[in-house]
Write a protein that binds this ligand. Structure first.
Ligand SMILES: [Zn+2]
Length: 74
């Protein structure tokens, strides 16, 4: 017996040929593929927020740049 694949998002039964013929496999459509992608990135960022030392320095630099702008108008 051949087990038909199904979309992990909406559980739609896929064609047996989907694995080779569908560009959205294992999802039924591009929409479901996007939903899965969003879920994935949401979870990832919720658990670990990847801030590198570079980004952190960039943020501090930005803050310092913004401050004198306020005082310049004074
Ligand atoms: Zn689907």
């Amino acid at each position: 017996m051949v087990r038909l694949p199904s979309c992990p998002i909406c559980k739609t039964r896929l064609a047996a040929t989907a694995a080779t013929e569908s560009k959205d496999f294992p999802f039924c459509s591009a929409r479901c593929r996007e939903i899965d992608l969003l879920r994935w990135s949401d979870g990832k960022y919720a658990i670990v927020e990847p801030i590198s030392a570079d980004k952190l320095a960039e943020k501090i630099f930005d803050d310092e740049l913004n401050e004198p702008l306020d005082e310049a108008g004074y």
